[in-house]
Design a protein around this ligand. Structure first.
Ligand SMILES: Nc1ncnc2c1ncn2[C@@H]1O[C@H](COP(=O)(O)OP(=O)(O)O)[C@@H](O)[C@H]1O
Ligand SMILES: [Mg+2]
Length: 440
């Protein structure tokens, strides 16, 4: 059994939102990062992945549970652990060399040693010759290489990469990822373990020995998959494609279960189902995806990776749309496939009026927040109410940005189904025009 470098046991972390509510972001998080492994972490945005990494690096303390590094309780930033962030965070007025040396300066490493180590790290990551360049003279990919050199120069035992490739264009990101894997596999890096947060399923499968899927609200590890293929891996090989399919299936398992709000054996009602997070999916994309799914070559059932390719949507954008369709019963997620339901077929084949009615009906049946708003509006003599009480309700469970985003999604869906309207200037919710009379 390999020894664990970093160990989290029952870790919890809460943040206070603007209105004073304390909200658990992580809860019951157990995880071990062992020597010799690369672990990839996938999960929705806002699920607490970055918070987990900061806790692992000792940058922020956990509120509950234990965090150990090499068996010792973590107390403050740990020397052997480096982080690479999505944004390059370079000092624009410092050269590449100076930016890389910074990490060593903070540790009081003498000048000559600093220079030599920085040069070596710069060369290792493929930037030899650019030591004197300023960040603005470099491409995005090269700047991220500087960020990685800065993390590597301290010869970290553990490297935590937080969406380090996400801001780069696809090819640049792939090249950098391949270079890092090559360094890792050739033993040129001093690093013994890497944790890589990604929102790209293929990237996770190409890099990692283990892929973890994070759950949201509160964040914790939902499941994991081990990847025992030797590196470098061929992204087009049958083994890699099968694993990618499997990860899709894990990430979409349990989505769109009907009648959440009523509770069921496998999915008890949450205390405030109204404040549940909605997949951020716009209606045009939902329509587009349904149409794509309905027609040849898919004819109603598609493998998600193929659909992603056909729709030209990356996972991070496709998955919320697929989840939204499943939530509304227009499609079903099954083993990494998206399948049109009979209702979804009627919707796709129907004229505008039928689509609107079906969509509205499904919203009222499956999105408790939308049903609640509609019901409240029907109680109002004016058929109107401000958005404030709704936002207040949402912020009991979500932070302010998420509460806004959930309301915005609900509003855009409700408009499409003509369930209610929203005035962005006044923040008023109201019944659709023509509806007031019938309800009064
Ligand atoms: N310092 C903070 N204060 C308050 N809320 C925070 C803070 N850091 C993160 N959060 C909240 O915690 C949640 C998880 O954030 P984060 O760890 O960045 O998620 P992820 O990296 O998975 O996108 C988000 O709702 C975010 O708004
Ligand atoms: Mg993050």
């Amino acid at each position: 059994m390999t020894s664990s470098l970093i160990e989290l046991n029952g870790v919890g972390k809460s943040f206070r939102s603007a209105d004073g509510h304390s909200r658990p972001v992580l809860e019951g998080l157990d995880f071990q990062l062992r020597a010799g492994e690369i672990v990839a972490l996938l999960g929705q945005s806002g699920s607490g992945k970055s918070t987990m990494l900061r806790i692992m690096a000792g940058l922020v303390p956990a509120d509950r549970g234990q965090v150990r590094y090499r068996g010792q309780p973590m107390s403050g930033p740990a020397r052997g652990i480096s982080m690479v962030f999505q944004s390059f965070a370079l000092f624009p007025w410092l050269t590449v060399q100076q930016n890389v040396e910074l990490g060593l300066e903070a540790r009081g490493v003498p000048r000559a040693e600093r220079e030599a180590k920085a040069e070596a790290a710069i060369a290792l990551i493929g930037l030899a010759g650019f030591e004197g360049a300023l960040p603005r003279e470099l491409s995005g990919g090269m700047r991220q290489r500087v960020g990685i050199a800065r993390a590597l120069v301290t010869e970290p035992e553990v490297l935590l990469m937080d969406e380090a490739f996400s801001a780069l264009d696809v090819l640049t990101g792939e090249r950098l990822r391949e270079d890092i894997l090559e360094l890792w596999d050739s033993g040129q890096m001093p690093t013994q373990a890497m944790l890589v947060v990604s929102h790209n399923i293929e990237e996770a499968v190409m890099m990692a020995d283990r892929v973890l899927v994070f759950a949201s609200d509160p964040g914790r590890i939902r499941c994991q998959l081990s990847v025992q293929l030797p590196r470098p891996r061929d992204p087009d090989s049958a083994e890699v494609r099968a694993l990618i399919d499997e990860v899709y299936a894990l990430m979409t398992a349990g989505a769109g279960r009907p009648a959440r709000s009523h509770g069921s054996a496998d999915m008890p009602a949450t205390p405030t189902p109204l404040a549940e997070r909605l997949p951020v999916a716009d209606v045009a994309r939902m329509d587009g995806l349904l149409e794509l799914l309905a027609d040849a070559p898919f004819d109603g059932r598609a493998d998600l990776p193929k659909l992603s390719e056909e729709a030209g949507l990356p996972d991070a954008e496709l998955l919320p749309v697929a989840h939204a369709l499943a939530l509304l019963g227009l499609a079903q997620l099954d083993q990494g496939d998206l399948q049109l339901t009979a209702l979804g077929r009627r919707y796709v084949d129907g004229p505008h009026g039928l689509r609107r009615d079906l969509f509205g009906q499904q919203l009222l049946a499956h999105v408790p927040l939308i049903a609640h708003i509609r019901h409240s509006l029907e109680q109002e003599p004016s058929g109107q109410m401000p958005d404030k009480p709704v936002l207040r309700l949402l912020s009991e469970q979500l932070d302010d940005g998420q509460a806004q985003s959930v309301l915005q999604t609900a509003v855009s869906w409700a408009r499409h189904g003509e369930v209610f309207e929203y005035d962005f200037h006044t923040g008023a919710l109201r019944l659709p025009t023509g509806d007031e009379e019938s309800t009064r």
